[in-house]
Ligand binder design. Structure first.
Ligand SMILES: *Cc1c(COP(=O)(O)O)cnc(C)c1O
Length: 350
């Protein structure tokens, strides 16, 4: 006899990208982490919060993360009541499903995109409907009126790279009867954002992460921007102390240092364009990317062969066995020097 809900027993659970124990001896390009360090102001802020004897740590952090909401509000041009902070954007994606879709109700998303949406739906017991992409990078067969309770749109798309045009996303917002969640994890690397739609449509939510562009994957920081009614609902669901003191201090400092963010994203974009052109010259098909990664396929469409060749040379990239993705690889864009070594290894593999 089992004490567990059948959907929990049956589910596999999310499998994160491999984190090798001897991480320093690898060039790690498999989870879209930032190869550059975070802003020096972040380190300073964490040390200041810790204090010389750690006395700050014996009291709870701000439950509402109020200073962070104010800082993010200033940055994005919204009142703090439109913003919620999260322990990684994964947390707020989870709470959005919990807030919008009851057991047995439908949520939708594009495949391929972020596979964690499927896991979250399984936990909730929500039904899932996936949509493919057309050759011109639109959602295939999206209904005139989509009746699902929530639709996740990853833009820029991961693992493929392109962002959807804002006019197109606006059309989707009108066609969704439920919530449209724009997962803009990679927007800082892109030329555009659909943030303005949050003001225009009461069913649009934008999520952001500090893991990639701000190089803070290890701190677990994300946020969502939505109508105050939606934010209030999400506030009821989250763990009341969801962000610890060090994460809160790090977040304020990171958001304040926009000069550092912009400089870091610029370097990554330049390396991405250089690396994409070099791969194309080797006969690879590289999808134009707006993120800090590229999806690239060798001429023989054997992604696994190149993955294994790189693995032997201690370069870790992401291979997906999914039939829609197994012809290529998702390669995170690291430093220029890491990508030069990766290119040399790819030439060597042939
Ligand atoms: C990395 C990633 C996330 C998770 O971000 P965290 O803030 O680290 O939880 C969410 N969505 C997509 C598409 C991602 O690639």
């Amino acid at each position: 006899m089992s004490y567990l809900r059948p959907n929990i027993e049956a589910m596999q659970g999310y499998v994160p990208g491999f984190q090798p124990p001897d991480i320093a001896s690898w060039i790690k390009l498999n989870t879209n982490e930032n190869s550059y360090p975070p802003s020096p102001m972040v380190v300073e802020a964490i040390l200041a919060e810790l204090g010389s004897d750690g006395t700050n740590l014996h009291t709870y952090p701000s439950a509402s993360s109020q200073l962070l909401r104010e800082e993010a509000g200033r940055l994005y041009g919204f009142d703090p009541s439109w913003i919620i902070m999260a322990n990684g954007s994964d947390e707020v994606l989870n709470n959005l499903i919990r807030a919008c879709a009851a057991e047995g109700e439908e949520i939708g998303y594009v495949h391929p995109s972020y596979s964690y949406y499927a896991t979250l739906a399984e936990i909730q017991g929500a039904r899932v409907r996936t949509f493919g992409l057309t050759d011109d990078f639109r959602i295939a067969c999206f209904p005139e009126r989509y009746e699902g309770k929530l639709f996740f749109l990853t833009t820029p798309n991961a693992p493929l790279g392109p962002a959807f045009p804002v006019e197109y996303i606006e059309e989707l917002a009108r066609r969704c009867a439920g919530m449209l969640v724009l997962d803009e994890t990679y927007a800082d690397f892109a030329g555009s954002t659909a943030l303005e739609l949050v003001r225009k449509y009461d069913n649009v939510v934008v999520t952001r992460s500090l893991s990639k562009s701000y190089a803070l994957a290890g701190m677990r920081l994300g946020l969502a921007i939505a109508r105050p009614e939606t934010i209030a609902a999400l506030d009821k669901i989250r763990d009341h102390y969801n962000l610890d003191r060090l994460a809160q201090a790090a977040c304020v400092a990171a958001l304040k240092d926009q000069a550092y963010l912009n400089q870091c994203c610029l370097k990554i974009r330049e390396t991405r364009e250089w690396f994409s052109a070099e791969l194309r010259a080797l006969g690879y098909n590289v999808i134009p990317s707006q993120g800090n990664y590229v999806f690239a396929a060798p001429a023989d469409k054997n992604g696994k062969r190149v993955y294994e060749g790189l693995f032997k040379r201690k370069i870790l990239v992401r291979y997906f066995s999914d039939p829609l993705l197994c012809h290529g690889l998702r390669i995170s864009i690291g430093t220029q020097s890491e990508m030069e070594k990766t290119l040399a290894a790819i030439k060597d593999i042939g």
